[in-house]
Design a protein around this ligand. Structure first.
Ligand SMILES: C[S@@+](CC[C@H](N)C(=O)[O-])C[C@H]1O[C@@H](n2cnc3c(N)ncnc32)[C@H](O)[C@@H]1O
Length: 277
């Protein structure tokens, strides 16, 4: 065998690098096992019983649905997203990891979260700030109203929110992971409209940076605005779950109900709307 052929053989044997954007996103951004426990705790705290049915709006690859059905044998999950690509990813990568009876308790539909007749549930959640895509008050209110009318009596709507002074200017936050760097890049912020543009980039170790893997064109809604819109859409009570602080002054990952926040450069919180019985 010539030297050239030996070389070619060894190259084809070496593992080809495949960039799986949803796998990088999962490792950098998502913690669905933690999310579902938090959702169950919030419902328990407010309703003194366990929720059984959950709808994950803007579900993408529906990782929360997959964790929800693992939590209890009677739990059911419904996912809703417009885009067939993340739904297909969840179907081929996450569903096969579940037991048959867990898979049977998940239903995903490719449609708009504004559509009426979405499945009725105990909990609707919208995570990773997906609802910030609705920039007009009237559209956000029709979304919240749709959530209210498709919740069971005693149901709750749980959404996350983020903000802080660092979200009001262009900046980039870089997080080092074992095998890659994660970039949360805020390209712009307009103080008149509160519109902001974000990109996610990844740089696998030893490779070039892969830019604009995910992009988000959002309005930065404040917590009081979200609460007001929930009330105007039929929710009788709203609550804010604010994150505790470590000795170093960073978030400790424990969110508790609070009516008093803390001024910080960057914060994440949850807002819950209660539907009356
Ligand atoms: C930020 S991603 C969040 C995905 C997932 N919730 C997560 O936490 O990783 C936003 C998702 O919302 C979907 N989306 C945007 N507008 C929508 C709408 N009106 N109805 C349903 N899905 C929508 C997009 O297709 C995208 O998958």
């Amino acid at each position: 065998m010539s030297r050239r052929r030996t070389l070619l053989k060894s190259v084809s044997k070496s593992k080809e690098f495949v960039f799986d954007k949803y796998e990088y996103y999962r490792r950098a951004v998502q913690a669905p096992d933690v999310d579902v426990r938090f959702i169950r705790e919030a419902y328990r705290e407010l309703r003194k019983r366990d929720p059984r049915s959950l709808r994950e709006d803007f579900c993408g690859s529906f990782s929360i649905c997959c964790e929800w059905v693992k939590l209890h044998k009677e739990n059911e999950a419904f996912g809703v997203d417009l885009d067939d690509e993340p739904i297909a990813y969840g179907t081929t990568h996450y569903l096969p990891k579940l037991k048959a009876d867990q898979r049977a308790r998940i239903r995903i539909s490719q449609e708009n979260v504004l559509n009426p007749n979405l499945p009725r549930v105990d909990v609707v959640c919208a995570m990773n700030f997906s609802h910030y895509i609705f920039k007009d008050r009237s559209v956000m209110k029709s979304y919240f109203h749709n959530c209210h009318s498709t919740l069971n009596a005693n149901g709750i709507l749980l959404v996350d929110a983020f903000g802080g002074s660092q979200c009001q200017e262009a900046n980039e936050e870089i997080t080092d992971h074992k095998t890659f760097k994660y970039f949360w890049d805020q390209v712009s912020f307009d103080p008149i409209s509160n519109h902001a543009l974000f990109h996610i980039h990844f740089q696998p170790k030893g490779r070039r940076k892969i830019e604009n893997v995910f992009s988000y064109d959002w309005r930065m809604w404040s917590i009081p605005e979200i609460r007001e819109m929930m009330h105007e859409s039929g929710f009788t009570k709203t609550h804010v779950y604010w994150e505790g602080t470590t000795k170093k002054g960073t978030g400790n990952g424990i969110f508790k109900r609070s009516e008093k926040g803390e001024d910080c450069q960057g914060w994440v919180a949850y807002v819950v709307g209660e539907k009356s019985p």
